[in-house]
Design a protein around this ligand. Structure first.
Ligand SMILES: CC(C)(COP(=O)(O)OP(=O)(O)OC[C@H]1O[C@@H](n2cnc3c(N)ncnc32)[C@H](O)[C@@H]1OP(=O)(O)O)[C@@H](O)C(=O)NCCC(=O)NCCS
Length: 185
């Protein structure tokens, strides 16, 4: 999927956070639930991925792939029959990647109570039809909340990079040990 070709496109014009805002509503049906009648975590992650991708599509106006889904908080269970609402927007755009935040609420249709049940951050990478990475527009945060999320997104990116490098090192160490074990007489 990735490409080593240089990115020589010009930066497209910047876009606002509002122009990326996306929303999806789902009713939770028996196929979505576990044996206790609660929404499956994997199904919730699927809804989060889809809603996150909508914001990334609106920002980049090209194809996107999910590079990472990190820091999901499952705050409260979602029950059969609940209405799930997911809202997403781009927090920050980098060169070819975008961090998107997704927040999820569940509404009990009988008593109309609404609870915040999950939040997540995802990174999407813009690509063209041939899988070559594409430059994305920069993001213009306008409100105090948008500016806070924009600044926090940079800190999370730095943390992801540090963690990614640590995991890569650990993988190399395991591979070296396995290779050594395989060639031992
Ligand atoms: C995501 C992918 C395109 C990155 O390709 P790559 O050659 O590793 O790219 P690079 O390391 O040069 O990074 C490209 C961008 O992705 C970001 N990125 C790559 N891996 C990442 C990760 N694990 N977490 C967060 N960001 C990541 C980089 O920070 C960089 O961002 P920038 O251009 O804005 O600075 C590639 O790994 C891929 O295709 N993965 C599979 C995606 C997929 O199938 N997803 C599930 C289904 S949609």
């Amino acid at each position: 999927m990735s490409s080593t070709q240089p990115l020589n496109q010009l930066n497209p014009p910047a876009r606002t956070v509002a122009s990326t805002q996306s929303e999806m509503t789902e009713i939770i049906l028996p196929n979505d639930t576990n044996t206790l009648g609660n929404l499956l975590g994997g199904r919730l992650m699927h809804f989060i991925d889809l809603t996150g991708a909508m914001a990334a599509y609106r920002h980049s106006r090209t194809h996107v792939v999910t590079a990472a889904m990190d820091h999901i908080d499952f705050i409260a269970p979602v029950h059969l029959g609940d209405l799930l609402t997911l809202k997403s927007s781009v927090n920050r755009a980098f060169a070819t990647s975008m961090e998107v935040g997704v927040k999820v609420w569940a509404e009990n249709t009988r008593n109309a109570s609404v609870a915040h049940v999950a939040s997540a951050y995802l990174v999407f990478v813009a690509i063209d039809e041939q899988g070559r990475r594409q430059k994305v527009p920069q993001l213009l945060p306008e409100t105090p909340n948008e500016i806070r999320r924009y600044e926090d997104a940079l800190r999370r990116r730095e943390h992801r990079e540090t963690e990614g490098a640590r995991r890569k090192e650990a993988r190399h160490a395991v591979t070296a040990q396995e290779t050594a074990a395989a060639i031992e007489p």
